[in-house]
Design a protein around this ligand. Structure first.
Ligand SMILES: Cc1cc2nc3c(=O)[nH]c(=O)nc-3n(C[C@H](O)[C@H](O)[C@H](O)COP(=O)(O)O)c2cc1C
Length: 382
């Protein structure tokens, strides 16, 4: 029915066919009008590359480092909530695929599989993304669990003190696990392969939270739980508090403004991620790729800079690297792979990106990802 997926867009089509609407929509959505969600992708397309010829293109290398860790290409899997609803045991499968591909996997606080579940099924350290709740005892326990699981970096998300509104989630009545209303039964019933896999796992709730955090009114609803528990007063002082408790590599995620970047660089963190949460928070914010060079110019000498948002091809990774991002993250590209084909789909997504990155780098006349800088960007002048 589907031919071999050649692009991330192919994986997206397959995921739509296999994943129940409420979870597919949860991934393929942005806040309000989705203008920032669209801009993240569209702005990459405005950047052009210089075609170079008759240079040695043999023996190419995409190997690099992110916060000092070796990566086979400068890409990590971004933290995504409810990943285990795109496919049964999704976080475990994605972490395994990432490990095999030699790139970091970041587990979200709002994951289905827990920190312990992922640690048990992987052999190398992964990264843990932290949301900060009002209950600091619970935050400390999450940090402690991430340490005990051997996580090698903490990714602290700064851009979700309150949840942006994504209309599709409200219309769909998104919940984890799905409710037993006729609409939801229909959505699940029309996706039998997804449902059969899901019946075979016991991991169907927010397992980092359930049984660990104090009960709240409706833990199945991400929106309700977030509104009740997330700390709306999170500040730069808290970053220091978290850094002290964690004591390891720290990445600050969700910086999109040069003033904030300057503050972030002073915290002693190891890297920042230029990000607008994939267009899911402040609709109307600028795209990540358009802010990247400004932030690099502001603090690039002080702190390592990563970016995410809108990467849909290896070309986008190269453009981000050229504009100063030492590392990039993908969210939806691997979620579509996971929804489409489970672990094989995540592997496929990473293979697609790797090949596109490699061929593009070669056609730009470069053999080593470490040589990539702004000189590969073409100025449009017509
Ligand atoms: C379905 C979904 C869930 C997400 N959940 C989280 C999360 O739990 N924590 C977080 O820091 N970011 C979360 N994000 C944002 C991603 O980490 C990342 O910033 C974004 O997906 C990058 O954009 P891209 O999807 O265009 O690659 C989520 C994104 C998506 C699409």
């Amino acid at each position: 029915m589907f031919s071999e997926p050649l692009t991330i867009a192919d994986l997206k089509k397959r995921a739509k066919w296999r994943v129940p609407k409420m979870f597919y929509d949860y991934a393929d959505s942005g806040a309000w009008t989705e203008s920032t969600y669209r801009a993240n992708e569209a702005d990459f397309a405005k950047i052009h590359l210089r075609q170079r010829v008759l240079v040695d293109m043999s023996n190419r290398s995409l190997a690099s480092t992110m916060i000092g860790e070796n990566v086979s290409m400068p890409v990590a899997l971004a933290p995504t909530g409810l990943c285990g609803m795109q496919h049964a045991d999704g976080e475990i499968l994605a972490a395994q695929a990432a490990e095999e591909a030699g790139v970091p996997f970041t587990l979200s606080t709002m994951s289905v599989c827990s920190i312990e579940d992922v640690a048990e099924h992987t052999t190398k350290p992964f990264w843990f993304q932290l949301y900060v709740m009002k209950d600091r005892g619970f935050v400390e326990s999450l940090i402690g669990r991430a340490k005990a699981a051997g996580c090698s970096a903490l990714v602290l998300t700064l851009d979700l003190q309150i949840l942006g509104q994504r209309h599709k989630d409200l219309v769909n009545g998104l919940s984890t696990p799905p409710k037993f209303t006729p609409k939801h039964v229909w959505q699940v019933g029309t996706r039998p392969f997804w449902a059969l896999d899901m019946l075979q796992t016991k991991r169907r709730s927010f397992r980092n939270i359930v049984g660990h955090a104090p009960a709240s009114s409706d833990l199945s609803s991400l929106a309700v739980w977030t509104a009740e528990q997330f700390d709306t007063r999170l500040s730069w002082t808290d970053v220091e508090w978290i850094r002290e408790r964690w004591g390891g590599k720290l990445i600050l995620k969700g910086v999109l403004d040069t003033e904030d970047a300057a503050m972030a660089a002073k915290t002693g963190a190891d890297a920042i991620i230029v990000s607008n949460h994939g267009g899911r928070q402040l609709d109307g914010a600028l795209s990540s790729i358009s802010m990247l060079p400004k932030i690099v110019d502001e603090v690039g000498g002080e702190i390592e800079i990563h970016m995410d948002g809108g990467i849909r091809s290896g070309q986008d990774i190269l453009k981000a690297r050229a504009l100063g991002a030492r590392g990039t993250y993908i969210g939806r590209p691997y979620l579509y792979g996971l929804g489409a084909m489970g672990k094989k789909g995540v592997t496929r997504a990473l293979e697609i990106l790797r090949k596109e990155l490699d061929v593009t780098m070669a056609l730009c006349g470069k053999r080593d990802i470490e040589e990539i800088d702004r000189s590969i960007i073409a100025k449009v002048d017509f």
